[in-house]
Design a protein around this ligand. Structure first.
Ligand code: FAD
Length: 296
């Protein structure tokens, strides 16, 4: 190897070592065509970006139990590290325990432990808090699973107050979760203030930023109202201006979210978790804009 090639290889290694963690979230497709597209197109496209893992959501109240299990198993068989999302929902310990056993038997080593919402989407009264699932998985499976939990820089909609939300995040991490992933947000200051408050409360485990690419304003506005994520007024007004011009809207969305993600990483955020909505394009563009593709 020449001196020049050696120095290029060393630079590539250094870039790789300093690389923030990336992960990509999917939902279980409802149709066979959607499943094929996820496995044959979306997953391979995002794998080229070198994620630490991908994850797959779990419908409220266990409504996608079989579908989530099926697609997670298929992703695992494809050789990709995958984290199933899971909540107790309306299920008893035997059902959830059997699911965890089946994941462990296949060699799946990750889990995103949640409370979830009620199937009507009206909240979560009566549902077991995520901390119960973390405790349950640790009691039953020891250190087998690397467990992620949810965090809310803009405060969970049902939280009593800001500090109790931080307190309950700490409880989940103290119960054995390894790291947290945030709800998406478009205001970097919300994330950094939250990180400061978590540090002040004694949280030392990493908190990765949830990133929602912008592709459809109506859908995003509806979902944001439900989950308590704030879209800054200037972004709303710009998105409204684009109307049916989806190319311009997506271009603007990629630009805004790239800038947000760059700010987060430059100021110490340890990594990004993309809510892909099963569309590889926007997440891939953002990762490329950030020059985070793995070294060849
Ligand atoms: P919890 O941690 O239980 O918190 C819920 C609320 O209760 C908060 O207000 C908290 O402050 C409070 N709280 C927590 N613990 C206690 C306690 N011990 N006593 C009293 N109050 C408490 N939803 C799905 O249905 N399926 C998914 O796959 C899914 N994936 C997600 C992935 C990520 C990364 C994120 C951020 C969210 C996801 N959600 C998913 C949404 C999530 O289920 C909802 O936000 C839900 O309302 C709360 O779930 P949680 O795990 O944060 O709950």
């Amino acid at each position: 190897m020449t001196q020049n090639a050696l120095s290029l290889a060393t630079d590539a290694q250094a870039r790789q070592a300093a690389r923030p963690q990336l992960s990509f979230e999917f939902f279980p497709p409802a149709t066979e065509a959607g499943r094929e597209r996820l496995l044959r197109e979306t997953l391979p496209a995002l794998q080229t970006l070198g994620p630490e893992f991908v994850s797959c959501t779990y419908g409220a109240g266990g409504s996608t139990r079989e579908a989530t299990f099926g697609i997670v198993s298929a992703i695992h068989r494809a050789g990709v590290e995958v984290a199933p999302h899971l909540s107790f929902g309306a299920d008893d310990a035997a059902t959830v325990g059997a699911l965890l056993d089946a994941y462990q038997e296949q060699g799946i080593k990750r889990l995103v432990a949640l409370r979830g919402d009620s199937p009507s989407g009206t909240g979560g009264s009566g549902l077991a808090h995520a901390v119960k699932l973390v405790e349950f998985a640790r009691e039953r499976h020891g250190a087998h699973f690397r467990i992620a939990v949810a965090a809310y820089p803009e405060v969970h909609p049902q939280a009593r107050d800001y500090s109790s939300d931080v307190h309950f995040l700490k409880a989940k991490l103290d119960a054995g979760a390894d790291f947290a992933i945030t709800q998406y947000f478009y205001n970097a200051d919300a994330y950094f203030h939250f990180i400061e408050q978590c540090a002040a409360a004694g949280i030392t485990k990493p908190i990765y930023a949830g990133i929602m690419p912008i592709t459809n304003y109506t859908q995003l506005a509806r979902f944001s109202r439900f989950c308590g994520a704030e879209i800054p007024r200037w972004i709303c007004r710009r998105l409204e201006d684009f109307g049916a011009d989806t190319d311009s809207l997506r271009g603007f969305g990629i630009e805004v979210v790239t800038r947000l993600a760059r700010t987060l990483l430059e100021q110490g955020c340890p990594g990004l978790h993309f809510y892909t909505m099963n569309q590889p394009g926007p997440s891939r563009s953002i990762v490329r804009n950030l020059k985070l593709e793995p070294a060849a």
